[in-house]
Design a protein. Structure first.
Length: 69
């Protein structure tokens, strides 16, 4: 087998992928989108564009239903 050396000196990702060059840290305020919570039916704002047919939860309902808590 041939021994290959990969030169990563121009790769500033620190071993992580760069996800298309986007850096999600310290980019200022995140755009919010209005939505209706599936659980409590209250209007809320979420940091993503809601997709039709997928559930959206307000912050309170998400915390209540999040299995990681």
């Amino acid at each position: 087998m041939e021994n290959r050396r990969f030169d990563n000196r121009n790769n500033n990702s620190g071993g992580r992928g760069n996800f298309g060059g986007r850096n999600n840290f310290n980019n200022g305020p995140q755009e919010k989108h209005k939505a209706i919570c599936t659980a409590c039916k209250k209007e809320c704002e979420v940091p993503f564009k809601p997709t039709e047919g997928r559930d959206v939860f307000c912050q309170d309902c998400f915390k209540k239903n999040n299995p990681r808590n």
